[in-house]
Design a protein around this ligand. Structure first.
Ligand code: PLP
Length: 463
């Protein structure tokens, strides 16, 4: 029985420690005996466990360590900032390091998205955007216009409202959600579409579903549509061509705000700091960022808001935006964010991604010849390898097989960490990855899939 949906290896040293942590994504009945690998140090695209065993960091942390591990300039910037001034209150003061970063950031934003609200991570960015949208409608006297539309297979975070927007089935177990506020559409997953439908027909069905939902709930009641351009931890689901633009048009038609959750797709993952406009041809009202903003070195998030929305709040009675965090625009996070952007600009990292991504995608796509691999999909430096029982029927390999965890265990022993999502292996390495490292990543992943296939065959689970 595989005890964890996260990392596991045969070399774990956890049983030597009194491990008191309640981990995200942990099966509670196995707490304390979870088979996690303890990571001890990291460098470039590699992680090392306590025994010194070297593994490629396939998920690039949690698709956040975009500039790679061990960048001295970021460490130095953090160190210097802590020595100079570790903290100042964002509620009553400001800092040059935060204001200069905000104005640097918005140069990369599309349209008139020029106002930045900083948060301490991704979920607070999602919650803050949703609270802003509700506040925005309250201030404008539209007190009924509060509902949010999201999608199945989306992931938006783990705070109450962001989790309510998430649509991954397994995340729904035993938790409560704001179901009165958030309404879900079906997943725009082309791999699971009816085979008789063309991509265009599938796209039109999904777009119509959005419009039908708005009409069903009432456009005077729906405040916003929230969407990851690529549904990342739902399994790197890329909606059909034209979907983004058409859904934006529907939102515009019904006066509904469009929130683009770029917490994964931002900061270079697709070769852009923000990909909504440059990659997907949509200019949203709000863009959400986190993860790669500081390359995971310290926590940070941001909500980038259109000036048109801000202007709609002008000339009203005195209104206070009383949403904020102790760590909004934290000086140390701002130092890391500046240094991350410096590294990306100085090393032409966006160009590197554009150059290396086709190689990454094409090498991974070679795995489709393996008997249990049903789909290999991705964009930029994010990809998913989905395992199925039957390539024709595209049935996911039964969840109880935990096939991706099995693959991860084998891969870790061979020198690669995989992000296992039940029947899907996600790969999103640091953006600095080079072609020979991609070769190694794909070679190990192939071997891991072959070994896991042999396991389930031996156990009589698959033939
Ligand atoms: C698309 C997306 N939105 C929001 C979040 C939540 O971010 P955080 O874990 O920093 O709260 C995540 C985290 O994985 C994410 O992938």
């Amino acid at each position: 029985m595989v005890k964890s949906q996260t990392t596991s290896s045969n070399r774990n040293l956890t049983n030597k420690l009194d491990d008191r942590i309640l981990y995200p994504g942990e099966y509670l009945q196995y707490r304390g005996e979870d088979n996690r690998t303890f990571i001890d140090k990291s460098e470039g695209v590699y992680l090392y466990d306590k025994t010194g065993h070297k593994m490629i960091d396939g998920p690039g942390g949690m698709w956040n360590v975009n500039v790679g591990h061990g960048v001295k300039e970021i460490a130095d910037a953090i160190h210097e900032q802590i020595r100079k001034m570790p903290y100042a209150s964002p509620f009553s003061e400001s800092t040059e390091i935060a204001t200069t970063y905000a104005s640097r950031l918005v140069k990369y934003a599309p349209g008139d998205l020029k106002r930045v609200f900083f948060t301490s991570g991704g979920s607070p960015a999602v919650d803050s955007a949703l609270r802003f949208v509700m506040f925005y409608n309250n201030v404008r006297g539209l007190k009924e216009k509060k509902l949010i539309i999201s999608r199945h297979d989306a992931y938006h975070g783990s705070t109450y409202l962001s989790a309510s927007c998430s649509g991954k089935e397994r995340d729904k177990n035993n938790f409560d959600f704001a179901d009165d506020i958030v309404h879900h559409l079906s997943s725009p997953n082309p791999f699971r579409k009816d085979k008789n439908l063309s991509d265009e027909e599938f796209c039109d069905i999904k777009v119509k579903e959005l419009e039908d939902k708005i009409l069903e709930l009432g456009s005077d009641k729906v405040a916003a549509f929230i969407a990851e351009p690529i549904l990342a931890s739902g399994g790197v689901i890329i909606p059909p061509k034209g979907y983004h633009k058409k859904t934006l048009e529907i939102c515009r038609k019904h006066n509904i705000l469009y929130i683009s959750d770029e917490i994964v797709t931002g900061f270079g993952r697709l070769g852009h700091i923000m990909s909504s406009e440059e990659h997907f041809d949509v200019t949203p009202d709000i863009i959400l960022l986190a993860k790669g903003i500081t390359s995971g070195y310290v926590p940070c998030g941001a909500v980038v808001i259109s000036e048109a929305l801000m202007a709609d709040l002008d000339n009203k009675e005195k209104v206070i935006f009383s949403n904020g965090f102790t760590d909004s625009g934290h000086p140390v996070a701002m130092a890391a964010a500046h240094a991350t952007l410096d590294f990306m600009e100085n090393n032409n990292l966006l160009d590197h991604v554009k150059k290396v991504a086709p190689y990454f995608q094409s090498k991974l796509s070679e795995l489709i010849d393996l008997p249990i691999v049903g789909d290999v999909r991705g964009a930029g430096l994010m990809a998913a390898v989905e395992c199925v029982i039957d390539k024709e029927k595209r049935d996911p390999l039964n969840l109880q097989y935990e096939i991706a965890s099995r693959i991860n265990t084998h891969c870790q022993n061979l020198g690669l960490i995989v992000r296992p999502l039940f029947n899907t292996c996600v790969m999103s390495p640091s953006l600095i990855i080079k072609e020979d490292e991609i070769d190694e990543l794909v070679r190990i992943l192939r071997e891991g899939i072959i070994l896991a296939t042999e396991d389930i065959k031996k156990e009589g689970l698959w033939s």
